[in-house]
Design a protein around this ligand. Structure first.
Ligand code: SF4
Ligand code: SF4
Length: 358
């Protein structure tokens, strides 16, 4: 059976109020709100955007959804987990301050911001997975103490997985720092010493102190490298590469197994909304304004994370008239979808239902 993916065309030019109404309509079509009980803790999983990032989901786009959730339970909260890399989201105090800076304040969103893995990212709950790649997932505890989840995702390209959408938001985004480390442990970047200009920028961004400077180029110490991928993104000269095929495949498979462990916790009390607006080459961990790689498409929603991602990618490719993600990074993004389907995370077959009246 094909899973339904609801779709509303939208663009940033319409303004936050219209986008909020459209997001509300998609959310209500999914039927999750009917299942929320007054005592339920409801996690709205989001990425608040790194400092100076402008592509992240905007707080005012969520006001319609939050109105509906609050009619059912007052125990709703916006949440993300702390990052591996050195930035403004690697501990809860900085992370919440940044969320406020980006407008996720009580006067706008009317629900609290809670960082799901505690002050320094150590609050985790282990879940038995017994997958091909993962035996036990390490999930930020507040997510697994919740009764329902709305997984709200900004669709982007990604340096390691080709596409970052619902599967990534669920699998990587809900992992504690230990869980993120676990997933990144398969990534082994290499320096092309002929391309390296020895500028030292990657050294500043490496959270593990794994980059060593020699007289003419830098080298990566595999023993220390945690595979976070920061150096891949910051090098302006393309001198750092990972083994796209092997490393990315294994990372995407681990991510899908992590995603399944979170989805299974919520059973039928989880839904996925993807915002295909200001789709950028890199994810919202980038501390800068990035141009869109395709015109705005709209918002899609489903109860199936694989279907919602497949539909999002199809819509982006159709709108761009080419594979806009592969143009950014030549990575086979389909691995996460195919592997997700194989392990029972969802299905790539979907029925697109366009909502025109709302
Ligand atoms: S950022 Fe790139 S060019 Fe600069 S030192 Fe690192 S690898 Fe070399
Ligand atoms: S070498 Fe690159 S991938 Fe490894 S820890 Fe440092 S920044 Fe992250």
């Amino acid at each position: 059976m094909k899973n339904k993916v609801y779709f509303i065309r939208a663009s940033r030019e319409e303004g936050a109020e219209v986008i909020a109404r459209k997001a509300r309509a998609i959310y209500l079509a999914l039927g999750l709100n009917e299942k929320i009980e007054p005592e339920d803790f409801v996690a709205l999983k989001i990425h608040f955007g790194e400092k100076n990032n402008t592509g992240h989901i905007k707080p005012r786009w969520l006001t319609g959804i939050i109105d509906e959730v609050l009619k059912k339970s007052q125990r709703a909260f916006l949440s993300d987990s702390n990052t591996l890399y050195v930035g403004n989201r690697s501990n809860s105090v900085d992370h919440i301050r940044l969320a406020w800076e980006h407008g996720f304040t009580p006067d706008v969103v009317r629900i609290p911001v809670i960082i799901a893995d505690g002050l320094i990212g150590r609050e985790k709950t282990e879940v038995k997975v017994d997958g091909q790649r993962i035996q036990t997932s390490r999930i930020a505890s507040a997510f697994l103490h919740s009764d329902a989840m709305l997984c709200l995702t900004h669709v982007t390209g990604h340096v390691q997985s080709g596409v970052g959408a619902a599967i990534k938001n669920l699998g990587m985004g809900c992992a504690s720092r230990a869980g993120k480390l676990d997933q990144h442990s398969v990534v082994h970047p290499r320096v092309n010493t002929k391309q390296c200009r020895n500028c030292g920028l990657c050294i500043r961004y490496c959270p593990a102190g794994a980059i060593i400077q020699t007289e003419s180029y830098v080298l990566i110490d595999d023993e220390k490298c945690i595979g976070c991928g920061e150096c891949l993104v910051v090098c302006k000269y393309g001198a750092i590469k990972m083994k796209w095929d092997e490393d990315s495949r294994r990372l995407q498979e681990k991510m899908a197994e992590y995603a399944l462990s979170v989805k299974n916790h919520f059973r039928d009390k989880i839904c996925f909304l993807n915002f295909i607006l200001q789709v950028t080459k890199d994810c919202d961990c980038m501390a800068k304004n990035q141009p869109a790689i395709v015109a705005d498409v709209g918002i899609v929603g489903s109860l199936d994370p694989v279907a919602v991602d497949r539909a999002s990618i199809d819509l982006v490719l159709k709108t761009a008239g080419q594979d806009a993600f592969k143009k950014g990074y030549n990575i086979d993004w389909s691995v996460q979808l195919a592997y997700g389907e194989k392990i029972g995370l969802g299905s790539q077959k979907y029925e697109l239902v366009e909502i025109k009246d709302f």
